[in-house]
Design a protein around this ligand. Structure first.
Ligand code: 13P
Ligand code: SF4
Length: 330
């Protein structure tokens, strides 16, 4: 039978948080006391973004995880992101506020099936999108993110055959951008495939001056309507640099917090989903709360633990991505 501690780690028992606590000052106190850093993805709830030491997209977060001097990394994001931080800084304690914060895209590519898929293409190099398990990264030649996928593919010789996984939408977008014939794994993200082309079309008609911006994890039918396609950081930059006053945003709606902060006078409209009960919030990202962030800093659990052999094998393809990105100034 599991001990109380084990049940807590698994998330079966949630410790209660005193509702009168000022969580912002408690988290800041614990952070200093324990020499911890909080890294948060743009899809986290606004309070978590506001208390983080660094907010960014997957590439920025990996770069931060590789260079931090902190003893503890609290990763306010999903499991594969915290794993990436652990792989890059194995000597550090990496905490994830909710261990069940997974990813539908990562789940769509089970490592044992990918290993069989890969066997069919012995001459191919494997590029994997960072949204996958550590085990999958360990089977890859280079990792990429949505910020650098096109450049990473272009960094390989033109005649080099490539398998790209796990996201079929990003893969198809990269294939079009690079003119390469990539072998794609058939995976996708539940959040980025929820947008309705018809409802976006209607919204664009209602807001003719609005720019429609989309993440490359969206389906092709949505991307064809976009004025700009980019990673979360790319989308944010576009809203700052483009003079338009209205933007329809097709990605997880957490990014709108930073867009509004950077552009207080501009209007941001989340792209509509294809049914009435779904929304474009990632249920995995949103498992993290300020209370769980506080508890994980206080108790130093749940911790990301990975086998050494996986860490060693997965390090190379991630470091290769970071090297190429640094060379290209990304
Ligand atoms: P980026 O922030 O790297 O664009 O990734 C989006 C995403 O889906 C993360 O889960
Ligand atoms: Fe995974 Fe999609 Fe959520 Fe990103 S938004 S963590 S890809 S399920």
């Amino acid at each position: 039978m599991d001990t109380l501690e084990e049940l807590k780690i698994k998330g079966f028992i949630e410790e209660e948080v005193d509702p009168t606590l000022d969580l912002f000052s408690e988290i800041n106190r614990l952070k200093k006391e324990k020499n911890a850093v909080i890294l948060a993805h743009y899809y986290q709830e606004p309070d978590i973004q506001d208390i983080a030491d660094y907010i960014g997209d997957s590439l920025g977060l990996s770069q931060q995880a590789a260079k931090t001097n902190a003893a503890i990394i609290v990763f306010a994001g999903v499991h594969f992101m915290a794993e990436t931080a652990k792989i890059l800084s194995p000597e550090k304690k990496v905490l994830l506020p909710d261990l069940k914060a997974g990813c539908s895209l990562s789940d769509s590519c089970p490592p044992h099936l990918f290993a069989k898929f890969k066997e069919q293409y012995p001459d191919h190099m494997v590029i994997t999108y960072v949204n996958c398990t550590a085990e999958l990264k360990a089977m890859s030649d280079i990792v990429c993110t949505s910020s650098n996928a096109v450049q990473i593919v272009n960094s390989l010789p033109k005649d080099q055959p490539i398998i790209f996984g796990p996201d079929r939408n990003l893969g198809r977008y990269v294939a079009q951008k690079t003119g390469r014939d990539l072998v794609l794994w058939n995976g996708a993200c539940m959040v980025h495939e929820i947008f309705s082309q018809q409802r976006i079309f209607k919204l664009k008609n209602q807001h003719p001056e609005a720019k429609f911006i989309a993440h490359p994890e969206c389906e092709e039918s949505v991307l064809t309507m976009a004025d700009y396609i980019g990673s979360t950081t790319g989308l944010l930059k576009y809203t700052i640099e483009n003079p338009a006053q209205e933007f329809i945003v097709a990605t997880e709606s957490g990014i709108i917090h930073q867009m509004e902060k950077a552009n207080p006078k501009k209007v941001f409209i989340p792209a509509p989903p294809n049914n009435q009960c779904a929304c474009n919030e990632c249920p995995h990202m949103k498992r993290n709360t300020l209370e769980k962030l506080y508890l994980c800093l206080k108790n130093e659990i749940p911790e990301i633990i990975l086998p050494d052999v996986v860490i060693k094998k997965a390090q190379k393809p991630i470091e290769r991505m970071l090297e190429i990105s640094a060379q290209l100034g990304l």
